[in-house]
Design a protein around this ligand. Sequence first.
Ligand code: SF4
Length: 467
Amino acid sequence: MNKNTDDGMIKNSRACGEIHRPIPNKHFAVINPSKMCQPMGAVQALLGVRGAMPLIHGSQGCSTYMRFQLCRHFREPVNVSSTSMSEGTVVYGGEANLLKALETIWNEYKPELIGVTSSCLTETIGDDMGLIIHKFRQEHHDEELPPIVPISTPSYAGSHVDGYDKTIKSLIENLAYSTKPNDKINIITGNVSPADIREVKEILELLDCESIILTDNSESLDAPHTDSVSFLPSEGITVDEIRDTANSKATLSLCKHADSGVKFLEKRFDIKSISGFFPVGLQSTDSFISSICELNGCELPVKLEKERGRLIDAMVDAHPYNYGRKVAIYGDPDVVAALARFTAELGMIPAIVCTGAKSNRFLDDMKSVAEESCSLPVVLEGCDLYDLHQQIKENPIDLLIGNSYGARIAKEENIPLLRIGFPIYDRLGAQRIPIVGYKAGISLVDTLANIILEKYYDESGHEIESE
Ligand code: SF4
């Protein structure tokens, strides 16, 4: 076991609960990035709106990249349109292309909503998408056009996590309006897996909580096989539901980095806002469920209480194997912080955490995980997988958790990789494996412990002595 001391804690001069932020020492910009560009998150959010067509105002390569990446993770056909910018339109501006793309989409698909996201290119040349969309509306003043929402996603700043967040905010900003209270709770999930959204919906149903899920790609990105082909998401949040978010009694964001819409609703419509740790594991799921219970005035139903009890039981069963094991976790900031908290609950040591996003909130979350668990994590914020690999070489670990991009590190360092996050392209079923809530937590504990057993124990169940 890669322990630094007998009790499994890292021994150094730092005090218990402190995080360490090494400064990457390399002579190039980024190698193996741990993030994707903003339109990627925007498209994922838009695919959770019923009848929506994402339109990327940029070159064709952008939409090809999105479709390729989404298809190989979700194993679903994904339609993303493009304004197909070329050298000429870069020089003279993309107005004609955007107008033509809107015309074609409207005539061919009759979508219920068009989400227009910008790209590196069109942000750089400064196309005013709002103005061009206005012009399109004027040209079609006699037709009942769907909402066309401009979303600014300059890809040279931020990450796909910001793209998701900006899309949710733009949808609310452009569509929500106050009529009469609906007694519902808005839930902003963050760009999580379809299985996690289904899990959240199941928990809300058990709590008898009426909700509006922004956005809900649980069907469009994990669709059952049928005889018909739908070019646009046939399920998901509707435009009317987005409008109705202004009438809800509260908004709860499951991811702290997807809370701009929450803040907007609070400021504009005085709707109570809550955001916390992504509900993975015991404490974070407890907080999520108690927030709903408080807002809804309900008690914990027996079914959830039993699931909670079984999770604790699974944690106890797995403790002898998980205790003291050092883990490195990488990916989106909310998922990484939540998994670090959960692994610490299991007695593991979240030794190294890495996210490509620059985020003070991530640092704050990791400080609180370090304090709660009295661990001393190395925190790589705004870093890439090269930085992660260098840290793993310096501080050997027992287990790696993250997306498929870490597979080479795992192979080179001879450590197991538990695939969680996006994208996962070298294994099947990522869209069907939840990590949110008590029930998913039980499977996660078992999976983690079984990986440890497989790698570090012999067939008689004895721990293999490390060399
Ligand atoms: S980084 Fe820019 S050019 Fe590349 S896919 Fe994203 S938006 Fe397109």
